[in-house]
Design a protein around this ligand. Structure first.
Ligand code: RFL
Length: 377
């Protein structure tokens, strides 16, 4: 039996940010992760981090690798009917995205965290969450003041919070691809096409992420490499900008759906990141939200130890405000990306794009949420 102040469950972006921030605040914690260290250091997912999140990580000394190695991007391109429409959100907001593979951030956060962490931990159970929590696993028991439930969409912590879950299913799939090939364009590209959406996002100088809208029931076997590259070349086609192909090192179908719990806390258990809310990667928001939760949670726990429980009491509401903003934006963007198969909605999309591209006010409003706003932490 042992004791620590906070047990953090899950070593993804949410859990590792919480652990690092707690450690820097002088609050002991223990991190328990189901997978091996090698596995989580290789798990490729996100790549686009909003500038406010980077500045917050920087403020806590957690962004050295990111600032040294991540290029920034301040514009993207819509491609519709073979025409490129550039959208310069850095010019509108003064802020840019940092392009940094999620597994690199995870590696940096693991390296920066000098506290205890255990990998390959199975069968975690939580007890007495109302007043004096403890966590058991593999015949061990750890008592603590708080549990930070950061174990993602397939974790166990969510089941301990008696919350109502609201869900949305987009009714489509995205074939998520990673190609060992340099980016084919200088920025993110959103291809809006009657055959379905296609996306292009740089990850590193030699790896590029692509997405293809597909049926939600498709499997990777339905998408042989030839079909992938033909569809990407068709849906992203513009004169003079060829798609550079290469070996596909990831190919999997993501069902596009969202969910949000209406509360993120139960007694001394507080959820953060995808344990509490999932947003499909349409607007590249999930990891940004995980970092946002982690910042708010550690602020609340630090205030509690300083004798102020009210910050932690307001934790759920503070997180869910941004979560719902990003959910709404994701749905708005989904309508823009996925409606072109139908001729009527294709015309509506053209009208929406004209407004976005020709009205500075409409563009500013879009840009503000696309890059995300800084909050006070
Ligand atoms: P994670 O990253 O899933 O981490 C949870 C951790 O908990 C562990 N775990 C357990 N540990 C102990 N006991 C258990 N019972 C456990 N069950 C699970 C897991 O092994 C894991 O290590 O959740 P977290 O920290 O909330 O972070 C969320 C982000 O990973 C996610 O939102 C992003 O990847 C979403 N996302 C993107 N977000 C962005 O902000 N920008 C992007 O550009 C972006 N691109 C993406 C994405 C997600 C994608 N996929 C795969 C859905 C691109 C893709 C393709």
């Amino acid at each position: 039996m042992g004791r620590t102040k906070v047990v953090v469950i899950g070593a993804g972006p949410a859990g590792l940010t919480v652990a690092n921030l707690l450690h820097r605040a002088g609050i002991d914690c223990l991190v328990l992760e189901r997978e091996t260290r090698e596995f989580i250091e290789q798990r490729a997912r996100a790549g686009f981090i909003e500038e406010w999140a980077v500045r917050e990580l920087e403020r806590h000394g957690l962004a050295d690798g990111l600032l040294r190695r991540a290029p920034t991007q301040g514009s993207f391109e819509f491609r519709v009917d073979g025409v490129r429409h550039q959208f310069d959100y850095a010019e509108l907001t003064g802020h840019r995205h940092f392009v940094y593979p999620q597994q690199e951030l995870v590696k940096d956060l693991l390296t920066g965290y000098p506290g205890p962490i255990q990998f390959s931990v199975e069968d975690i159970r939580l007890h007495d969450l109302a007043t004096s929590p403890s966590v058991t696993y593999a015949g061990q028991r750890v008592d603590c003041d708080f549990v930070a439930g950061c174990d993602g969409a397939r974790g166990i912590c969510q089941s301990y919070v008696p919350a109502t879950i609201t869900r949305h299913d987009y009714g489509i799939g995205w074939l998520a691809l990673l190609a060992e090939a340099p980016p084919s364009a200088r920025s993110v590209v959103f291809g809006i096409h009657p055959l379905g959406f296609a996306g292009h996002m740089a990850r590193t100088p030699s790896v590029t992420r692509y997405y293809l809208q597909c049926s939600p029931g498709d499997t990777a076997d339905d998408w042989p490499d030839d079909r992938v590259w033909t569809q990407l070349r068709t849906r992203l086609a513009v004169p003079g900008e060829p798609i550079i192909d290469g070996p596909l090192i990831e190919k999997r179908v993501l069902p596009m759906h969202n969910y949000v719990l209406d509360r993120m806390s139960a007694g001394r258990l507080h959820l953060a990141g995808e344990a509490a809310h999932l947003v499909a990667p349409i607007a590249a928001k999930g990891m940004n939200l995980a970092i946002h939760d982690a910042l708010l949670l550690t602020r609340g726990i630090a205030a509690w130890y300083d004798g102020d429980p009210s910050t932690l009491d307001g934790y759920s509401a503070a997180c869910l405000g941004r979560v719902w903003q990003y959910q709404e934006f994701s749905l708005w963007l989904s309508d823009l990306f996925h409606g072109s198969r139908d001729p009527f909605t294709h015309q509506l999309i053209q009208a929406r794009l004209r407004r976005l591209l020709n009205s500075r006010k409409a563009a500013e409003s879009f840009a503000e949420i696309y890059i995300g706003q800084h909050a006070d932490f």
